[in-house]
Design a protein. Sequence first.
Length: 322
Amino acid sequence: QDYYGKELQKSEDLKTNACITSARPVSKLVRDALERIHEEVVARYYGCGLVIPECLTSCWILDLGSGSGRDCYLLSQLVGEQGHVTGIDMTEGQVEVAKKHIAYHTDKFGYRKPNVEFFHGYMEKLGDAGLADESYDIVISNCVINLAPDKRAVLQEAFRVLKPGGEMYFSDVYASQRLSETIRKHRVLWGECLAGALYWRDLYSIAEEVGFSPPCLVTASPITIGDKELEGIVGDCRFVSATYRLFKVPAGSRTGPAQVTYNGGIVGHERELVFDASFTFKEGEVVNVDAETAAILQSSRFAEKFLIRAGGANAAAPQGCC
């Protein structure tokens, strides 16, 4: 709370580049939406890149660790007036910045009433903020789960508040090995998103324990620290910024491999949908997918965007590659 509420006043104050890695190229739609966001909200934002899933119209989205609210105000435009975005953050000063600009953005977006709300609270305890079971279509998070001491509790809570077929789409920092006590207790490395990084294989086991489908890796890029003293403390451990998608696939949805055809029509992805590192769907093209991916597409908000036929060669699901 001190680091993000007091020590950092703007994104230039960060000491490593862990929090500024870009996820993927930004579309014109998103660039235009970003330009409509209040400058104070943008200046006080410390996330890495942009975490924006596809197919958002009328969705209810929860942003874990929403900070000054940049991503919430961006998503507020993409879900439209019928959608809704909730932000929760543990740093009171950041939540105050976000709340201060609700009326400004409602007016700027031409909405009759706000479609965003912000809570001061902890992502391990969403119930304390009054967030109900199965109330969101998507949970997003931008480089903050590493700051939570109990990652399992965060994923458990995200799973609880997601509707069946819902998705957790999030960017975070992962380590090539489990971190030593010395690294984990280092104040600056913790604030810079490195000391709390999960060993990447542990994400797979925690996701499975909680009930999510196996993580789909979307993008990953190496992090360079760029500070000699901090590099010395970290030693031979390597870090990566990665975006994953996890789905709450309802029991009984899993059948077998399938042939799927993308119908097109998702705003900003009309001709091609880059789903993850393994699957890119082009409009009208038949793609063989494994049973997990078939179940995800069939039970999620993507179902109406695809023609799904049982059968087809079983595309081997790749298991994580940080």
